[in-house]
Design a protein around this ligand. Sequence first.
Ligand SMILES: CC(C)=CCC/C(C)=C/COP(=O)(O)OP(=O)(O)O
Ligand SMILES: C=C(C)CCOP(=O)(O)OP(=O)(O)O
Length: 299
Amino acid sequence: MAVDTFDTYLAEKTAYIEGKLTPALEREGVPAALYESMKYSLMAGGKRLRPMLVLAVLEAMGKPIERGVPFAVALEMIHTYSLIHDDLPAMDDDDLRRGKPTNHKVYGEATAILAGDALLTRAFSHIAEAYRGRLDVSAHTIVNLIAELGKRAGATGMVGGQMADIEGESKSLELHELEFIHEHKTGDLLIAALRGGGYLAEASEQQMEKLTRYGYCIGLAFQIQDDILNVEGDAAELGKAVGSDAERQKATYPSILGLAESKARLDALITEAKAALKDAGFAHSALSPLADYVRDRKK
Ligand SMILES: CC(C)=CCC/C(C)=C/COP(=O)(O)OP(=O)(O)O
Ligand SMILES: C=C(C)CCOP(=O)(O)OP(=O)(O)O
């Protein structure tokens, strides 16, 4: 896919996904401040990469992307909850996210915690409600989606990675310890997106395995680029602070390997991700430029 075509692809898919987010929130019976706080962060922008991966897998397998929407929306809800909580004073204590004041800065800490809790819970009920009774998605697939998301977002996945990240602060970490953090804190939700797309598209075992490998590689790559951008990115473009990792003396790829070596590792991971795609027969899908996008992104 040519670069300008891919830019159009990204813009179209982002707009498509954004249109599906607010309608998936419950409104009736929800305290107004809680609803506003949930919507504020969900609609604050963001690359929408995780939903995009779900749709790209369906597309790669010639299935209607509409089938992936509830799962894609649920992923973005979980991702958004994780960012709200990550920004709290008890965690990274950040003031800016997606170019806007962080949730707790606007709504206060208690509401921000509850908005995160409610987005996480809604993600699961939305999957169950939106897919229930559909003829094109079996009950078996719905159970697989819920299990996948629970495993990758929870203690064995993103939450566990975040815990390891917090425990690793101000310590000098070995590379394998840093990789554990990145794999789980960031990689697992990307893997969930790809595997969820795979379940919905009825991918074979072999394709699931390759999608998982692709997700592992772009997940690590994504976080390496995040670490690099924290060193040499532009805060205005990123919509969040730069230099904060060094300030907190956080172990990162650049701090352990240096910038040049980190970039070489990033390139190697993108090459490996593309090899996995080729093996699965998805080399010509949008998943290929999406891997480049993970490496080349500036925000
Ligand atoms: C359960 C929770 C709270 C999970 C948080 C997961 C996550 C990927 C946070 C952002 O990481 P980061 O701090 O490296 O990135 P950023 O620079 O965007 O804050
Ligand atoms: C996993 C990390 C590094 C947190 C930020 O994720 P994104 O960079 O995908 O955030 P948005 O585009 O959704 O804001």
